[in-house]
Design a binder for this molecule. Structure first.
Ligand SMILES: [Zn+2]
Length: 153
């Protein structure tokens, strides 16, 4: 378990496309655990591997609901529908929040930390978190697609 350094906007690694993970090795499991620790320490609801400097298709999400922490390797959106607009932030984009349009519902397939193929269905905030983190794997940041900045006092 270790806290990793979070890369911030301007770092070119955040703009690169991450590579598929061919096998869920012990190193990937350690990465998943470190990413979870890093996300919790920063009080985030999700984190993608490029944010800690690794171009691998690995994300963690925890919106603090009954599902708790979800570790996803090679996540892929296989269904999406509906629409929602909500305020987002990003651990790699300090002091900036904005409204972003996302699907209301998604189904994501992925490998879990045992390498088993799984699917997760998500609505609302969990769908937002999954879409946001999967965007990171493609070098996309929410600042590329926001509708308007939201300022908090
Ligand atoms: Zn982010």
């Amino acid at each position: 378990m270790a806290i990793r350094k979070i890369r911030e906007i301007g770092d070119p690694i955040l703009r690169k496309k991450s590579k598929e993970v061919s096998q869920v090795t012990d190193r990937i499991k350690i990465l998943l655990d470190d990413m979870a620790d890093t996300m919790y320490k920063a009080d985030g609801v999700g984190l993608a591997a490029p944010q800690v400097g690794l171009l691998k298709r690995v994300i963690v999400v925890d919106i603090r609901d009954e599902d708790g922490l979800i570790k996803l390797v090679n996540p892929e959106i296989i269904e999406k529908d509906g629409e929602q607009v909500g305020v987002e932030g990003c651990l790699s984009v300090p002091d900036f929040n904005a409204n972003v349009k996302r699907p209301e519902h998604v189904v994501v397939k992925y490998l879990d930390e045992e390498g088993e193929e799984k699917q997760i269905e998500a609505h609302g905030l969990k769908a937002v978190a999954l879409c946001h983190e999967i965007d990171h794997l493609n070098g996309v940041l929410f600042v590329d697609k926001y509708e308007e900045e939201v300022k908090f006092d």
